[in-house]
Design a protein around this ligand. Structure first.
Ligand SMILES: *[C@@H]1O[C@H](CO)[C@@H](O)[C@H](O)[C@H]1NC(C)=O
Ligand SMILES: *[C@@H]1O[C@H](CO)[C@@H](O)[C@H](O)[C@H]1NC(C)=O
Ligand SMILES: *[C@@H]1O[C@H](CO)[C@@H](O)[C@H](O)[C@H]1NC(C)=O
Ligand SMILES: *[C@@H]1O[C@H](CO)[C@@H](O)[C@H](O)[C@H]1NC(C)=O
Ligand SMILES: *[C@@H]1O[C@H](CO)[C@@H](O)[C@H](O)[C@H]1NC(C)=O
Ligand SMILES: *[C@@H]1O[C@H](CO)[C@@H](O)[C@H](O)[C@H]1NC(C)=O
Ligand SMILES: *[C@@H]1O[C@H](CO)[C@@H](O)[C@H](O)[C@H]1NC(C)=O
Ligand SMILES: *[C@@H]1O[C@H](CO)[C@@H](O)[C@H](O)[C@H]1NC(C)=O
Ligand SMILES: *[C@@H]1O[C@H](CO)[C@@H](O)[C@H](O)[C@H]1NC(C)=O
Ligand SMILES: *[C@@H]1O[C@H](CO)[C@@H](O)[C@H](O)[C@H]1NC(C)=O
Ligand SMILES: *[C@@H]1O[C@H](CO)[C@@H](O)[C@H](O)[C@H]1NC(C)=O
Ligand SMILES: *[C@@H]1O[C@H](CO)[C@@H](O)[C@H](O)[C@H]1NC(C)=O
Length: 785
């Protein structure tokens, strides 16, 4: 009998030690049932007939007091069709796990308040509830009972109220909190924290004074991230403080003012990354940011988009391991880089939109690994130095919008890695050395320069080129037929030159072209019918993306254009002004795949509009205005389903306007003014209810309610579209109707293209709001030499 007992006991013990506890197992099956999507296929290895839940996916066990117990559960990101009440998951589910140390259930659409039983999970040291829909107040006693908690992530929820806990050590992360406390809106419990090592309040929209006291009260803090809140005030620190642990401070995108304290780097001697960008900081850049050039750990400094003044401090210019320096969009002056500069590890330098002046200085030569150099929109003068060819790692070079003059030095041809070159808006010319190595080149912007002669032939070797802009120069001659060999081209901008002759047949080999602007030239002859072979948006070619690596950073530079911002909530804000001028940073967005247009306006084209243009079913903008086109408007134009801008004005078109045009439901800008059209204007239905006199005037034989000249049954009332859907179209289109043209971020000139996608979500940043109403107007934007 005794032997039997022992044996049984032994069996039981071993059984337990092998598998997980029954209570935990059943609890997990309840969790699975709660998720139960789709159709019970979530967590397939969690099966009632598989006894040992330690073997199930996303679960880890440890042997605690001779029993295997679940200590780690990683349930983030399970697909959920709709929000799930947390109450279904915790009691008699997760809360059965008495020894859980790590619980991650982020991104699971969980809703409700924090379940009470979580208070009892006293062994937790890592808790990640982020990106769910938890709401309500966080019970104060929660964190006092979770004494071992080291890492807590609550971001992306809707918690409210203030709360406190005692021994948080590592991560604090909140979002959407509306706390109240003595210190502005920062939760008051933070007053009692002294052992924080990582502090992160990411995109919290908190207001009030910058909580500098957190830095003073937590001398072990190593990582301090308050990016994207609305903190104001100054950096005020007790200068006798020293924190050797701090390696990252990110206070970007707040409303901070005042100066950066001069003792900053004495307080944080080991600081590696400092991001203060997008604030309203003033004053000079403290020279002590790199208190001792050789002992400093500063690798990344981003002070862009502030109001810093003065010259680049000498000490900073010798900061030995500085790899990334971003000072764009300030009021800085002086030489770039000063002669004393010895930033030998610098790979990324952005100084655009400042007031740097003088010649490009040899200080740059001590940074041989520079691969990104943006000095655009400054007041630089002189010539491009001969030694530029020694910066062999350069893959991005922008000197746009300065006063640089002369010719490109021959040594420029030594740069073999150039992928992006922007010299626009300088007095550089009249030609580019033909030895320039264009084999890696993807984006070339040479507009508004002093280029003369024919289209540079060496470009023929640019086998990866995506964007070619030579607008607003004095180039002449014909458009060469080799242009057809640039098969990767997506954007071709040759507007505002003196190109003449016929458009070559080879243009039709540019299958993947999305945007072609040949306006404001002297092109003559007919519009080739083969344009229907071009994609104009129907091919999806990835944007030019490439990465720059260096010194522990990998920088993804995405080139696509123009800048697209995400829609604002409610979708009412039509105008989102450009945040930046013509800088590289503006090249965000995913727009290239959806943007397409052909602009042949202001040339000497004659003949009729080819029927085949109606095959460009993905084109968004077609501008043929200011030519000598004759014949009638082909009815095939009404096949351009995606078109948003159609300008045929100032030609010699005759005949009637095809009534089927009213089927162009996306049209927001339309003009046939100043032709010889006759008959009636299209019925005022759908989009055509939004086009008024300006769209039709200057056609003596045209009659319509807009023109008020129809003799019989004239003056048709403006019929609002009947259905709700159409109502929307109408209203949206009305909002978009001003959207005749905009400046593309990277060229700063106007391309008359509009692109609304009005029932989709993209908004553009309009700079110019009105359709250029004459060639003369446009000529001011495309000054010719
Ligand atoms: C789930 O079950 C329903 C009906 O039983 C079925 O229509 C649906 O296709 C199933 N979904 C999946 C993903 O199996
Ligand atoms: C946890 O379990 C998973 C499998 O479920 C396994 O891949 C992983 O290595 C385990 N982790 C630890 C720390 O044991
Ligand atoms: C927490 O545990 C205590 C006893 O250990 C128990 O009385 C209490 O009901 C538990 N609370 C919850 C919410 O489960
Ligand atoms: C630091 O913490 C204490 C409470 O421990 C608090 O009284 C004080 O205001 C906090 N801030 C500073 C700057 O000391
Ligand atoms: C700064 O800190 C020192 C010592 O830590 C203290 O004596 C001094 O009062 C503090 N100064 C201020 C302005 O808080
Ligand atoms: C600094 O912060 C801004 C805003 O969050 C961000 O866009 C930028 O990339 C950051 N700079 C660096 C060098 O990471
Ligand atoms: C620049 O710094 C490097 C070390 O980072 C040093 O070897 C070199 O001598 C310095 N050059 C000048 C001109 O000071
Ligand atoms: C630009 O530099 C020139 C001299 O090179 C100077 O005359 C001019 O005032 C400067 N412009 C600005 C805006 O600083
Ligand atoms: C251009 O650069 C590539 C490397 O990007 C190199 O292979 C090629 O030889 C260079 N061409 C000339 C003409 O120097
Ligand atoms: C043009 O686009 C097509 C897809 O639409 C793609 O397969 C092809 O590679 C692209 N051609 C070039 C030269 O990029
Ligand atoms: C315009 O084209 C016609 C032929 O189509 C030609 O006779 C005329 O000279 C051209 N005008 C100009 C200014 O190029
Ligand atoms: C162009 O469209 C017409 C109909 O409008 C069609 O018959 C023709 O096949 C199309 N051509 C091409 C190349 O798609």
């Amino acid at each position: 009998m005794g032997v039997m007992m022992l044996l049984l006991l032994g069996c039981e013990l071993t059984g337990k030690a092998l598998g997980c506890k029954e209570g935990e197992r059943l609890g997990q099956l309840n969790v699975k049932a709660a998720f139960n999507f789709p159709n019970g296929t979530a967590l397939p290895t969690w099966r009632a007939d598989k006894e040992d839940c330690c073997q199930w996916e996303r679960i880890n066990c440890s042997n605690i007091r001779n029993t295997m117990q679940v200590t780690k559960l990683q349930l983030s990101g399970l697909p959920q069709p709709r929000s799930l009440d947390a109450g279904a998951l915790f009691p008699s589910g997760l809360c059965e796990l008495a020894s859980l140390e790590t619980l991650s259930i982020s991104g699971n659409e969980l809703a409700g308040s924090i379940p009470r039983c979580l208070f009892n999970m006293t062994t937790l040291h890592t808790l990640d509830l982020s990106y769910n829909h938890f709401g309500g107040a966080i019970p104060p006693s929660l964190f006092s009972s979770l004494k071992l908690l080291e890492s807590l992530s609550l971001s992306g929820n809707a918690f409210e109220g203030s709360f406190s806990f005692s021994s948080l050590l590592v991560l604090f992360c909140l979002s959407n909190c509306i706390p109240s406390s003595r210190h502005g809106f920062v939760p008051s419990f933070l007053m009692e924290q002294h052992d924080l090592e990582v502090f992160e309040l990411f995109n919290c929209r908190l207001e009030g004074q910058l909580p500098s006291w957190l830095l003073e009260n937590n001398t072990n803090l190593g990582y301090f991230n308050l990016m994207g809140s609305s903190f104001s005030g100054h950096f005020s620190l007790n200068s006798s403080l020293t924190n050797y642990n701090m390696w990252l401070i990110d206070v970007a995108s707040n409303s901070l003012e005042g100066e950066l304290p001069s003792y900053f780097s004495y307080v944080f001697p080991n600081l590696g990354d400092l991001n203060v960008s997008r604030n309203s900081m003033q004053g000079r850049i403290p020279s002590s940011l790199c208190h001792s050039p050789t002992a400093s750990n500063l690798r990344m400094l981003d002070l862009s988009t502030n109001r810093f003044i003065g010259e680049l401090p000498e000490k900073l210019m010798r900061c030995e391991i500085l790899g990334i320096l971003i000072l764009a969009n300030n009021n800085l002056r002086g030489q770039v880089l000063p002669r004393v500069a010895n930033l030998s590890l610098l790979t990324y330098l952005s100084l655009s939109d400042n007031q740097f002046y003088g010649e490009i200085s040899t200080g740059l030569l001590n940074s041989p690994s520079l691969s990104f150099l943006d000095m655009s929109s400054n007041n630089l003068s002189g010539v491009i130095p001969d030694w530029i060819g020694d910066l062999q790692e350069l893959s991005v070079l922008s000197l746009a919008d300065n006063s640089i003059e002369g010719t490109l030095p021959l040594s420029f041809c030594k740069l073999q890695k150039l992928e992006f070159l922007n010299l626009a808006g300088n007095d550089i010319g009249p030609s580019i050395p033909s030895c320039v190595n264009v084999s890696a080149l993807k984006h070339l912007h040479l507009e508004r320069m002093n280029l003369k002669g024919s289209l540079p032939q060496f470009l023929q070797a640019a086998s990866s080129i995506v964007t070619l802009s030579l607008s607003s120069n004095a180039l002449s001659g014909g458009i060469p037929s080799w242009i057809g060999s640039l098969s990767t081209l997506r954007v071709l901008l040759l507007a505002g030159n003196s190109f003449e002759g016929l458009m070559p047949q080879e243009l039709c080999q540019l299958h993947n072209i999305s945007i072609m602007d040949l306006s404001h030239n002297h092109l003559s002859g007919r519009i080739p019918s083969y344009f229907n072979k071009l994609a104009f948006g129907s091919s999806q070619v990835p944007d030019g993306t490439f990465t720059i690596s260096g010194y522990g950073f990998t920088w993804a530079v995405v080139f696509s254009f123009p800048y697209v911002s995400t829609p604002q909530e409610g979708g009412d804000a039509v105008e989102v002004l450009f945040t930046s001028k013509h800088r590289l940073e503006s090249y965000g967005g995913r727009v290239l795949p959806v943007m397409s247009g052909l602009d042949l306006s202001c040339n000497n084209l004659s003949g009729s509009i080819p029927l085949q243009l109606g095959n460009l079913s993905d084109i968004r903008s077609l501008n043929l205005s200011y030519n000598h086109l004759s014949g009638s408007i082909p009815v095939t134009i009404s096949n351009l389903d995606q078109i948003e801008c159609l300008d045929l004005s100032h030609n010699n078109l005759s005949g009637e306007i095809p009534q089927r045009l009213i089927e162009l439901y996306r049209l927001s800008t339309f003009s046939v003014a100043y032709n010889n059209l006759s008959g009636r204007t299209p019925e005022p239905k759908y989009q055509f209810a939004t086009f008024f006199r300006e769209s039709y005037e200057g056609n003596s034989f045209l009659c319509g309610w807009q023109l008020g000249n129809c003799r019989s049954s004239g003056g048709l009332p403006l019929t609002p579209p009947p259905a709700e859907h159409q109502e929307d179209i109408f209203r949206t289109a009305f909002r978009w109707s001003f959207a005749g043209s905009y400046a593309m971020a990277f060229i700063g000139t106007v391309f008359t293209l509009c692109l609304s996608s009005y029932f989709w979500t993209l908004f553009f940043d309009f700079v110019y709001r009105h359709i250029p109403s004459s060639c003369a107007f446009i000529d001011r934007l495309f000054p010719m030499h």
